[in-house]
Design a binder for this molecule. Structure first.
Ligand SMILES: [Cu+2]
Length: 269
């Protein structure tokens, strides 16, 4: 980076209205949270995370460019992403004791701040007059910050595991269903009709998964990097689809993604 580029960048930053700075800072902060948070919870920096980091960096560069419509582009981009992200991550918000919750809440909050501030900056830019941020902006930011810190604190409370009270020996003896790199290691699991089935669920991934069999009303959550249990009693012999119910991980109807088959054999005897 040449000194000239830095000088132009600094000029662009100084010339930016306050709301523009808030938007750029929020989106850069979002990129930092994704980057640091993903590494902290032991997740892999996959293409999905890197897209978010990129989306945080683009407005910073755009804003610094001093281009007249930069804020309008940032506003549209961040709003589209916020909507897509809310639809996709909505179900994760129901699981506040997952490590991922501590990333998702600040990311959504920073995206929201970025989008609102970018729209504000765009409107101010269009009207041409006021360049200072309205007073309510600072109050809203403080309120949202408190909310986010509360959410992260909840995420940090140690969770009483689903396997509390089950000895290691018993766990080791159970049939296993393992997830590794967004796939079930066992394509087929065999059990007997009428018997109580106890499965040891092992999730090796940095993301949470689940073990779902709709026909048998089995919905077992699989926290990331942990073991958990699924217990059920299949009545009728047959082949049942099991899949991961986390949005985007499987399409059980099409048989793609994290899917497998549970074969219930007729009762012994
Ligand atoms: Cu999954």
């Amino acid at each position: 980076v040449s000194t000239e580029t830095v000088a132009v960048g600094m000029k662009g930053w100084r010339g930016m209205p306050t709301l523009g700075k808030v938007a750029v800072a929020a989106l850069l902060g979002m990129a930092a949270v994704v980057l640091v948070g993903t590494l902290l919870i032991g997740g892999e920096l996959d293409a999905f995370s890197l897209i978010f980091v990129g989306i945080g960096l683009v407005p910073g560069l755009l804003g610094a460019s001093g281009w007249r419509w930069a804020m309008a582009v940032v506003a549209v981009l961040s709003t589209l992403l916020l909507v897509a992200l809310s639809l996709f991550l909505g179900p994760e918000l129901a699981r506040p004791h997952e490590p991922a919750f501590g990333i998702i809440v600040p990311v959504l909050a920073l995206m929201l701040v970025g989008a609102v501030a970018a729209w504000g900056a765009t409107v101010q830019n269009y009207l041409g007059g006021e360049r200072r941020a309205p007073r309510w902006v600072s109050y809203a930011l403080v309120g949202l910050g408190g909310l986010v810190m509360g959410a992260v604190a909840v995420g940090l409370i140690p969770q009483q595991g689903a396997v509390a009270g089950v000895t290691q020996e018993v766990m080791a003896g159970l049939p296993e269903v393992r997830t590794h790199e967004f796939a079930f290691s066992q394509g087929t699991v065999r059990v007997r009709a009428g018997e109580t089935v106890l499965l040891r669920l092992v999730n090796e991934d940095g993301s949470a998964h689940s073990f779902d069999i709709d026909a048998l009303d089995v919905h077992a959550y699989m926290p990331s990097k942990e073991q958990s249990l699924a217990m059920f009693q299949p009545g009728e012999p047959g082949a049942y689809v099991f899949y991961c119910g986390i949005p985007g991980h499987a399409d059980p109807e099409a048989g793609t993604g994290m899917v497998g088959t549970l074969i219930v054999e007729p009762a012994a005897g």
